[in-house]
Design a protein around this ligand. Sequence first.
Ligand code: 8YV
Length: 316
Amino acid sequence: MKNNAVLQVGPLMPTVQEAITEDYRAVRLPDSTDERTEFLRQHGESFEVAVTSGKVGVGSEVMRSLPNLRAVINFGVGYDTTDVAQAASRGITVSNTPDVLNDCVADTAMALYLDLLRGISSADRFVRRGDWLSKGNFPLATKASGKKVGILGLGRIGRVIARRLEGFDCEISYHSRNQVEGVSYRYAATPRELAAGCDVFIVAAAGGPGSARLVDAAVIDAIGPEGYLINIARGSVVDEDALVAALLAGRLAGAGLDVFAEEPKVPEDLLALENVVLLPHLGSGTHETRAAMAELTLANLRSFVTTGAVLTEVRA
Ligand code: 8YV
């Protein structure tokens, strides 16, 4: 490949940024729209590979401005910010970082699960405010073991969540685009059917056009006033306005959210609610997992540059 053939799109983990700059002389796409347009007009033709993260991705417009692009190397398992349809039609390879983050994202789902049902964050605030001294006992919570849990999306991460929930004696059901072979969990034909049959509804489905607002007002109402919603996938999978309205009206018992529709914006109305646990999209955010994701990102880049194929290709 030519010099400067690697384009960095958006911020990356320092170790990844250093490696691609030193080893491939990668050039960073400017962040401001004006500078970016001019940069792409002048240099767009020279890039064959783009390295990005799931947060930023290579969207339709940037991809169109890179006429010689051959690969998008994505840090993160989710690739909904990259125009995979355009990539497929132009024969552009897209890679992501699957599997290495399954444990941490599933652990985050479990942390939200226990926190939400037992009121852990709320109880922590209770102690810090001095309410234990002034008000006495913390209100009773909901038992977490043995619940009926519905998982939307029984992919790599969904399956690890299910395995962890088995340890809590939960009764697991799921809905996925296709029924999964070799699992004993009950299959629900629609998200609404899944919601109607569970106490806790966990969103683990990939983001993107195919799953946008799959969890709509009707699904949220089917989870019901005694039910909880947890989302560790993408904010786009849930109709956020409908979720906020249901929480405010008491039509849902609570929600545990690691992801939002317009990150890092969190709906103002949620901030005052005690039955909601809010996380800043930290699903995979541990030293160990981020290092493994960085390694796989760089291995995909190395493999593409030397062989023309990536190790973990996205097949949308
Ligand atoms: C990533 C994630 O860290 O992998 C994903 O899809 O949601 C996160 O855990 C993030 O996307 C990287 O930008």
